[in-house]
Write a protein that binds this ligand. Structure first.
Ligand code: BGC
Length: 382
């Protein structure tokens, strides 16, 4: 049993408060959250996936304006692609679906462009996650969700047309599979939109029906040995599956599937509290990701195990660099050390700071009352 002293709690609260300030200081004037301000391959881009979870962390911490501005930006990204969404939907309805490279992008430049760099673009999860985060934010702070109605509607149209298709996962890999974490994000988004009273009645029913079918797919083909699996029909695990339990809440943390998934991630992917993406990961040698430790912490907290959640928060805090930045991953326990250097040569040192790491730390700190949201509300976004 570990005990957390009041000076430990102060240190954790301090890092959470500094993380909120760092994210605010790096948010673009138009609302986008950069994935990482300095990392070669991410510089100048904002992802719906990272951004949605960052906004959720900021919202939970009381940085209401910052989160709202990010959702305004998402809303604009979609509005600017209204014709593109209509084209995707019409092609799907006509039985002649557009190819993957004609789908919406995964990341955008801050001014709404798509940039000149190639990326593994077709990923549906972010379009569900931002809708979930946006609706959650509006209800958390009593805001009128109609402000983001157009973007939510376009996202739902896009997801209804594409959700069954295999696409790249959270890690931009395995485009030939249907990923359970991706389905979790899509379900969370469709259900949030359907419950937000912003959809036309027929679309609302279609969203509920699609979410139900996606849930059935997970129930029938999305688990192995009692725990959630990386993709439909796979026996492997993935650290991102913890997010489907919390904060997305698609799988109940106290259900047998929820508890077995938490146990499996803990025993197979976590080493001393640092969580790997998956066992065959070789990206930068396959280190441990603080943001995944925080997702697992959130899942533990939802299952009622505060001590386990606190242990993960403490581990994540330990990844902070001397400059006060949290990295994407740390190399203390590599799954394949022989593969680290090739990435350093290709893209430079690990992305640091990664805003998503800071935001997940904040989200778990709020969940564990280490950083009371009300205290920040007065300082941030005033
Ligand atoms: C990860 C993505 C993430 C992106 C930006 C990539 O290396 O695979 O999950 O969205 O970095 O942080």
């Amino acid at each position: 049993m570990t005990t957390t002293t009041s000076s430990d709690l102060d240190r954790l609260a301090h890092l959470a408060a500094r993380s909120v300030a760092l994210i605010e200081s790096l948010q673009d004037a138009d609302g986008a959250y950069p994935a990482s301000p300095t990392f070669s391959a991410y510089q100048g881009y904002s992802w719906f996936r990272d951004g949605a979870f960052i906004a959720d962390g900021m919202s939970a911490a009381g940085a209401v304006e910052s989160a709202s501005r990010f959702f305004d930006w998402c809303d604009r990204m979609l509005d600017q692609r209204r014709d593109h969404v209509a084209e995707i939907v019409a092609a799907e309805a006509a039985g002649t679906p557009l190819p993957d490279d004609r789908m919406l992008p995964t990341r955008f430049t801050f001014d709404g462009g798509e940039g000149d760099d190639d990326w593994w673009d077709f990923q549906t999860d972010g379009y569900g996650t931002w809708v979930w985060a946006c609706v959650t934010h509006a209800s958390r702070h009593g805001l009128d969700v109609a402000r983001w109605r157009q973007g939510i509607r376009l996202s739902v149209d896009y997801l209804l047309a594409t959700w069954r298709r295999p696409c790249y996962d959270w890690w931009e890999e395995h485009r030939e599979e249907v990923h359970v974490s991706t389905l979790g994000c899509v379900i969370a988004g469709l259900e949030a939109a359907a419950n937000a009273a912003v959809l036309q009645p027929d679309v609302e029913s279609a969203a509920r029906e699609a979410a139900l079918q996606a849930r059935q797919l997970i129930a029938e083909r999305g688990s192995h040995d009692g725990h959630l699996s990386k993709w439909l029909g796979s026996t492997a695990l993935d650290g991102s599956l913890a997010a489907v339990i919390a904060p997305l809440g698609v799988i109940d943390a106290t259900s047998s599937l929820g508890l077995a998934s938490i146990r499996a991630i803990e025993s197979d992917l976590s080493v001393d509290g640092g969580v790997h993406r998956y066992l065959l990961d070789t990206f930068y040698g396959g280190g441990q990701w603080p943001l995944l430790s925080c997702f697992l912490g959130l899942a533990h907290a939802r299952a009622g195990d505060r001590e386990a959640a606190m242990r993960l928060l403490v581990w994540a805090a330990g990844t902070e660099t001397a400059e006060g930045f949290m990295p994407e991953q740390v190399p203390d326990h590599l799954l394949d050390a022989s593969r680290r250097d090739e990435w350093i040569e290709r893209w430079g040192p690990v992305a640091t700071p990664l805003l998503w790491s800071h935001a997940m730390f904040v989200r778990l700190a709020v969940e564990l009352d280490v950083m009371p949201a009300a205290r920040l509300e007065r300082k941030v976004g005033a």
